[in-house]
Write a protein that binds this ligand. Structure first.
Ligand SMILES: NC(=O)c1ccc[n+]([C@@H]2O[C@H](COP(=O)([O-])OP(=O)(O)OC[C@H]3O[C@@H](n4cnc5c(N)ncnc54)[C@H](OP(=O)(O)O)[C@@H]3O)[C@@H](O)[C@H]2O)c1
Length: 323
């Protein structure tokens, strides 16, 4: 078992590698199957992972929640820390944000029902709704906590100012934001604020949707329906630079006796203020590998090699939405 990390001030402890369940919803990930997804959840448990990250909107029909519900059969409830989210839903093929209190409540209840649980450990507002005062959304999540639907509350995709406004109404246990070796904007303001306020930080896209795991070859053309084509990090010169960077990391990883995915996630979970990395997977071998990022330490020399590779890579193109 790896070191466990406390979720803010709660008595809940999570492993520093969590299973991100978005890929198994099968929306943007090609080739996900129910059987492989359930086997992936079991492989995560077998590898010592105790935290699953899902959301009401992970699949047009709540596929991720339902698969977790099936995978949990026969397992003790206190063995797993479940986080779900409300505030985004599908309308046709499009995702819509809706932070109205009645919607948040309905989506929370639906997610719990699909999961087959009466309460989760962590409930996030998935994203602030520009048409609803954030305080109203925050107050509803606080109420759901008081009513025993969740043990703690988090917020995702919020700027620091939005986190502060949320926290003033409903104390936050966690935030969930993009963070990896090449997307480090939240180190500037958000992580220091979280550390000062004892708010846990859960990093999404630790593998930058797969490219940092080192499995995608430079010469491989992404399938026309591979959603990653729309991200700058997968296009043109940026993609070339990312592949060169991954090769440098691969060399650094070999010295540690680990894979590049394990090195990348190890670096991530050992950054100041990071509680856990939410690592997506759709197959058991992927999460088994990524779980191997836990329970070892990079040496100072190895960290220096990673930093040198970062300097050679240069600044990644980024939108700088969350800082
Ligand atoms: N709050 C939010 O708005 C938000 C947004 C995004 C994500 N999240 C959460 O964060 C989690 C992580 O994000 P993500 O799943 O999009 O991206 P990610 O964890 O950066 O990358 C996951 C992808 O990397 C590839 N992969 C994983 N392990 C691998 C391995 N060992 N070897 C080779 N390839 C490997 C797989 O893609 P292929 O097999 O297809 O190559 C997998 O789908 C999500 O699952 C979700 O729980 C939250």
């Amino acid at each position: 078992m790896s070191d466990l990390r406390q979720l803010s001030r709660t008595g809940i402890h999570v492993t520093p590698v969590a299973l991100g369940c978005w890929p198994m919803a099968g929306v943007t990930t090609l080739g996900a199957t129910d059987e492989a997804s359930i086997a992936t959840i079991h492989a995560a448990f077998d590898a010592g992972i105790n935290h699953l990250d899902t959301a009401y909107v992970y699949g047009p029909n709540g596929e991720s929640d339902r698969l977790i519900g099936r995978a949990l059969a026969g397992r003790r409830r206190d063995e797993v820390v479940i986080a779900t989210k409300c505030g985004i839903h599908y309308e046709g093929a499009e995702m819509q944000t809706d932070g109205r209190p009645e919607t948040l409540r309905r989506e929370c209840e639906a997610s719990l029902a699909r999961l087959g649980v009466s309460e989760v450990e962590l409930l996030y507002l998935h994203s602030p709704d520009p048409n609803v005062p954030l305080e109203e959304s925050a107050a509803e999540l606080g109420l759901l906590q008081t009513e025993g639907r969740t043990k703690s509350v988090g917020a995702s995709n919020c700027t620091l100012e939005q986190l502060e406004a949320f926290h003033a109404v409903c104390p936050l246990a966690a935030v969930q934001l993009p963070y990896n070796l090449l997307q480090r904007d939240i180190e500037r303001r958000t992580i220091p604020w979280c550390m000062a306020n004892n708010v846990s930080v859960f990093a999404y896209w630790p593998l930058m949707k797969g490219i940092l795991a080192g499995g995608i070859k430079k010469e491989t053309e992404l399938a026309p329906n591979d959603n990653r084509r729309k991200y700058p990090m997968y296009v043109g010169e940026e993609r070339d630079r990312n592949h060169e960077f991954v090769e440098a990391l691969r060399a650094a990883a070999a010295i540690t006796g680990h894979t590049v995915a394990q090195l990348v996630v190890n670096w991530t979970i050992n950054q100041p203020g990071i509680t856990a990395a939410l690592c997506g997977a759709k197959r058991p071998d992927q999460i088994t590998e990524t779980a191997g990022a836990m329970s070892w330490q990079l040496t100072e020399e190895q960290i220096a090699a990673i930093e040198a590779a970062l300097v050679r890579r240069g600044q990644a193109e980024a939108k700088r939405v969350f800082e």
